[in-house]
Ligand binder design. Structure first.
Ligand code: MIG
Length: 778
């Protein structure tokens, strides 16, 4: 299709390859990352995911030999063939990824009436014609991960997914090809070595991992350029690091956002919100955040308040503030058509809304009735939207929840030819649909940042690669079923591998009625997900922790309290994540890639490096099989029993027990109990130590900062390094490595969970051990 290779030219990191029909570009981004680009649509890249493409100095050579262009790098050898067929090998000559040479050929669908199917508008045999299409040989022993928010299992081999942000109101099922988010990023493990492919094309795109034909996997898009990055690992960790170097790391959030959050469609009027707030405090169930869903607005007009329900928003949010609650309000993109309404009239006056192909402002119907869509492709509109955040912040709101930004619509989907103005260039909905939510959250984030100077809390439903820089995500409208609890695990794990570390599902389920048992099991998972929010739909039964029975309330309380205990650990993990891109919720294979038994575990996950959670996701189940990966020993969090790695065990799990295992030779930093973040001075650092039963040596670094500002980016934080040597004695050293943040702990309390009776030396001095506790002043 592109013809034979004629010639090539090297300009710094970029190799221009002249084919008979077109010129393609191969850019060596760094030792592990190479971009392949063919300008089928536009000459320039126009990525919304990669905002600063950074090239490193890389040693490589290129040579044209027997009509093959051979590119030699330190870690990779790349062969470019006629028609831009690419083969990639590691430095030992092992195949990593080869382009497929044959024709596309889909499996048989017997009994399918081709003629009728065509009339009906179906693609024959699921065989869609793409303008952009790249297929790769399905090698032996391949596993696939990533692709953002997906139903189904962790390993995506044999499945096909579509990227077209979609709000489908029916209960999400395994057959769903798309949901609200588009993350065209795939990770493959082939024979224990991992690589990634990021297809940075935001038109409707598809990934097929051997469903169409088991000989190949492919990615394709209805339009746009061939523009994809190959990222070599060989560790999955490195692939994720490289992907998030390109598209951005999830930044450290404000600490309160990691607390428990309670939501409902909708808490209104204000008396109801206050009633919920009081219930949390009276029952001493920790909670930091309450959400206001669409009913706080005046007729669903964004950036307004219904003054009958919320007479004085500032006074109302102040009352909650005094009780230790933050308020997050929903903001949808749809702006109500109403001349008397400032946001609408201002937007119309300034040409801020998307237009139809004839240049007339495009209207559809969403919650406010007839509505128009802000043109987030336009930087002026984003600036305006960013400034509008002030309206909410001035009312005392602490975070913004962006919903319906696929964009969703009640009156049929937006036509493909709706026009947006990307700072002078016309682009159509067909092109920008998948990045609409992304651009909205970018504007929201920038507005909040500029105005508050704090780390913005934005939560979004729709997104594209790179949205992690601006927003946390939740997985939309799940339902209160066991199936959805079960499914949320691989979904969150793949979201994490796709850069979206700060994520969560609606705990308890959004649609349908939850049960006490289901909520009890769900909160056991939620306690470990970065976003920990209970949310339910209007019309469903109450779903707050105390609305079922005493047992459910106690279980909720137990796990929400546990969550508040491990907040320092979660915060440390997010600090680590901002540097490495490592997600909080991750599949076991992320840390145990050498252990193939981890490759397809759907119902266990790691929370950071040190905690393994094996929740119950079946109704009635009171025990389960747990696989403990090979590489270290594991300690039962509840009983301190120690287990070898690489083994399956059966664990009893009565309703109040979620099987949790701590990695042996590790430390979990913990906080003092509190009902909300900031309630109590955290002057004591608790370090919960989990020893192995063998000689060992390990360290842990704990991080502390003000929990809200960007000062940490200027080095204003503390780091404490704890080293443990467990031989004849147990030697503990605690040192302050970085001490730029003025607040410090006064005490450190070491908890020895599986103490072995040896002498304990802390910072060179023999320590007094009482009830397996040591406390020192610092
Ligand atoms: O059409 O704002 O996913 O969390 O409660 C439904 C009302 C609109 C969908 C969101 C859900 C939210 C609901 N919204």
């Amino acid at each position: 299709m592109f013809g034979k290779i004629l010639d090539y030219k090297i300009n710094k990191n970029v190799i221009k390859v002249q084919f008979e029909e077109i010129e393609a570009l191969i850019s060596i981004i760094n030792e592990n990352v190479v971009n392949f680009f063919v300008p089928l649509y536009k000459n320039e890249r126009n990525s919304k995911a990669v905002e600063n493409l950074e090239y490193r100095d890389v040693n490589f050579s290129a040579q044209l030999k027997d009509s093959k262009l051979l590119i030699k790098m330190n870690k990779l050898n790349i062969e470019v063939n006629d028609n831009f067929k690419i083969d990639i090998y590691d430095k030992n000559g092992e195949v990593l990824c080869r382009d497929y040479r044959g024709e596309r050929e889909a499996f048989e669908r017997r009994g399918y009436n081709l003629h009728l199917a065509k009339q009906e508008g179906h693609n024959i045999n699921g065989h869609k014609d793409y303008k952009v299409f790249v297929s790769k040989v399905m090698e032996n022993d391949m596993y696939f991960y990533g692709l953002g928010e997906r139903t189904g299992s962790l390993n995506k081999k044999g499945y096909h997914y579509k990227n077209w942000n979609t709000d489908d109101p029916s209960p999400h099922g395994e057959t769903f090809q798309q949901l609200y988010k588009s993350i065209p990023f795939l990770i493959s493990i082939k024979n224990k070595d991992a690589f990634g492919i990021f297809f940075d094309n935001h038109f409707e795109s598809h990934f097929d991992m051997g469903k169409e034909n088991s000989s190949y996997y492919y990615f394709g898009a209805v339009d746009g350029n061939i523009d994809y990055y190959f990222m070599y690992g060989p560790e999955v960790k490195e692939v994720v690091n490289q992907y998030t170097n390109l598209t951005g790391k999830t930044p450290l959030p404000q600490l309160w956002t990691l607390g428990y959050q309670q939501c409902r469609w909708s808490y209104a009027p204000e008396e109801r919100v206050l009633e919920i707030a009081k219930a949390f405090r009276e029952k001493e169930i920790p909670c930091d955040t309450l959400y206001l869903d669409i009913d706080y607005m005046d007729g669903y007009r964004v950036f307004t308040w219904d003054k009958e329900k919320f007479n004085n928003p500032k006074d109302f949010t102040n009352k909650l503030k005094e009780m230790g609650f933050k308020v997050v309000t929903i903001i949808d993109p749809g702006v109500k058509v109403d001349r008397e309404y400032g946001i609408y009239s201002e937007g119309i006056k300034n040409n801020y809304f998307a237009k139809d192909k004839d240049g007339i402002v495009y209207k559809n119907v969403v919650w406010p009735g007839e509505s128009v869509y802000p043109d987030f492709m336009n930087s002026k509109v984003r600036k305006w939207w960013a400034n509008n955040q002030k309206i909410m912040m001035d009312s005392g709101v602490s975070g913004i929840w962006n919903d319906m930004n696929e964009p969703a619509s009640f009156n049929g989907p937006l036509p493909e030819d709706v026009v947006f103005n990307e700072d002078g260039n016309e682009v159509t909905h067909k092109e920008i649909h998948n990045i609409y939510g992304h651009m909205m959250t970018k504007a929201t984030y920038e507005g909040i940042k500029e105005y508050t100077k704090k780390r913005p809390f934005v939560i979004t439903r729709a997104c594209y690669s790179g949205t992690q820089k601006y927003s946390t995500v939740w997985t939309g409208d799940n339902v209160s079923t066991w199936e959805h609890l079960r499914m949320s695990l691989p979904m969150l794990m793949n979201l994490g591998l796709s850069g979206l570390s700060f994520s969560g599902t609606d705990v308890g389920g959004f649609g349908h009625d939850c049960t006490g048992e289901l909520l009890s099991r769900w909160v056991q998972v939620g306690a470990f997900t970065p976003l920990f929010r209970n949310h339910s739909s209007l019309g469903t039964r109450d779903q707050e922790p105390w609305t079922f029975d005493k047992e459910t309330e106690e279980i909720n309380k137990k796990y929400i309290k546990l969550r508040y205990k491990i907040l320092p650990y979660l915060y440390d993990s997010m600090w680590e994540g901002e540097k490495t891109g490592a997600p909080i919720i991750r599949p076991l294979l992320f840390n145990y890639q050498d252990d193939k038994k981890t490759y397809e575990i759907n119902d266990e996950f790691l929370c950071g490096d040190n905690i393994l959670v094996a929740p119950i996701v079946e109704q009635g189940s009171k025990q389960r099989l747990v696989y403990l990966p090979k590489g270290n020993k594991w300690i039962d969090f509840w009983t301190n029993e120690i287990y070898d790695g690489g083994e399956y065990i059966i664990k009893e799990a009565p309703l109040d027990i979620c099987p949790i295992f701590i990695k042996a030779s590790s430390i979990i930093p913990m906080a003092l109990e509190q009902n909300f973040i900031g309630e109590k001075e955290q002057d004591t650092l608790i370090l919960s130590i989990y020893l192995s039963d063998e000689d060992e040596k390990f360290t842990y670094t704990h991080y502390l900062d003000d929990g809200e500002s960007f000062n940490y980016r200027n080095g204003i934080y503390n780091e404490y390094e704890i080293s443990i040597e467990n031989k004849e004695n147990l030697n503990i050293s605690f040192i302050t490595k970085n001490n730029k943040y003025f607040k410090n702990y006064r005490k450190v309390r070491f908890i020895l969970n599986n103490f072995n009776g040896k002498d304990i030396i802390v910072n060179g001095i023999k320590a007094d051990v009482k009830d397996n506790l040591i406390e020192i002043n610092i």
